[in-house]
Design a protein around this ligand. Structure first.
Ligand SMILES: [Zn+2]
Length: 393
């Protein structure tokens, strides 16, 4: 069920160091029926696993040491796909499309690797293309959906006309980035590649180490994506960091021969220092642990937001297990389930619940827009206290 990654998955260096050890780190996105027989309520054989974040100082890449089998992590029983069209992911796709449209590249047949639908292809005005993903769908005749993993597809079938690639928040899930780049390189007519993924620079800047989870195997930097791309003859033509979605890096890469303007590929970003990362994580962990003790004084404590990532908040705030009386959420369907690794019941907020006599800990904090919206709405409903578990929002 678990494979170990020992050397750097980007540059193969053995000079990798531990940033943090996460003992019994919970798996996210696992739900069970809130009532029913005992077998239904214990259907997940793995609900937590030791994890380690490692960092390669040679290419500035962070990665998880323990890779849980994707067959388990993304099994239909385990993976909650109800919220694929959250407002956070829509904002992220729109920002990505804006970045792509700014590059003045030749728009040609475009393959979206890992997309849920044809939304991104439509936003970048491409005339014809496809989406490759086991769960892909398309409601636009111009684009086909190929329901498979890209690894199972022969890239040579795309040879012929020029091909562009777009891929949003997919690369961080792929165990071997080299498999992905081998696929790209095998398309002889490939021209422009646009990628966006969570980045280590902004996770470090905001000290939001709660964003580490078992599904995100990689924490790229501008340096590490460049090191990877170079190995396949690609260079970075443009990039941007986006704070809007808690730390995304977007890059436009291409084979040198198709680029019209001077590339920026030799301007490497400054590398993060391993000691800074280690110390920063220690501070983060210590601050959570202090705050967790202080929660015990807040009267009548409830959580707000039954988010997919909630078990990680309970990991850093263990006192919530005994203190929180319930987790409110606007989505009524969530009241019929509970987390596989959190016992607190999920309660429906129909908008009329009186929070005046409650203290509320916000527990939907992985998407900045949703996080801010909850905070604004809660403030209007005047609970005794609003508690925000992690500093920057
Ligand atoms: Zn490396």
């Amino acid at each position: 069920m678990i494979q170990k990654t020992s050397c750097c998955p980007i540059c193969s260096s053995n000079d990798v160091e531990v940033v943090c050890e996460l003992k019994n780190y919970p798996l996210t996105e696992l739900f069970v029926p809130s009532c029913g027989n005992a077998r239904d309520r214990t259907q997940h054989p793995l609900i937590e696993s030791d994890q380690t974040l490692k960092y390669c100082s040679d290419c500035s890449h962070a990665f998880l040491e323990n890779v849980i089998s994707p067959d388990y992590l993304y099994s239909k029983d385990n993976y909650n796909t109800v919220t694929t069209n959250s407002s956070g992911s829509l904002i992220s796709i729109k920002n990505f499309a804006r970045f792509i449209n700014q590059q003045n590249h030749e728009v040609s047949y475009t393959i979206d690797i890992g997309g849920n639908d044809s939304n991104l292809l439509r936003l970048i005005n491409c005339e014809v293309g496809c989406v490759i993903d086991p769960n892909a769908s398309s409601n636009d005749k111009r684009y086909s959906a190929i329901n498979n993993f890209f690894e199972a597809i022969n890239p040579e079938k795309f040879n012929g006309a020029p091909v562009n690639i777009v891929s949003s928040h997919t690369l961080e899930h792929i165990q071997s980035p080299h498999t992905f780049f081998n696929f790209l390189s095998s398309i002889k007519t490939i021209e422009h590649v646009f990628l966006q993924f969570p980045c280590l620079e902004l996770m470090h800047e905001s000290s939001r180490y709660d964003l580490i989870h078992h599904q995100h195997l990689h924490y790229y930097t501008l340096n590490s994506i460049q090191t990877l791309a170079k190995q396949y003859g690609f260079i970075i033509n443009a990039y941007e960091y986006d704070h809007d979605h808690y730390g995304t890096l977007r890059v436009h890469i291409a084979k040198e021969k198709v680029l019209l303007k001077q590339s920026i590929h030799e301007k490497l970003s400054s590398k993060l220092d391993i000691n800074d990362l280690i110390n920063d994580y220690k501070l983060f962990n210590k601050s959570c642990s202090n705050n967790s003790s202080m929660l015990t004084k807040l009267p009548s404590l409830y959580c707000y937001g039954a988010s997919l990532m909630l078990p990680i908040i309970y990991y850093y705030y263990p006192s919530l297990s005994s203190l929180s009386k319930g987790i409110y959420d606007m989505d009524e369907s969530k009241s019929s389930v509970r987390y596989a690794n959190v016992q607190t019941p999920i309660l429906h907020d129909d908008g009329k619940v009186d929070f005046n006599n409650m203290s509320i800990c916000i527990t939907a904090v992985a998407t900045k827009s949703a996080h801010r919206k909850i905070l604004t709405n809660l403030a209007k409903r005047q609970p005794i206290y609003i508690f925000n578990p992690f500093g920057a929002l």
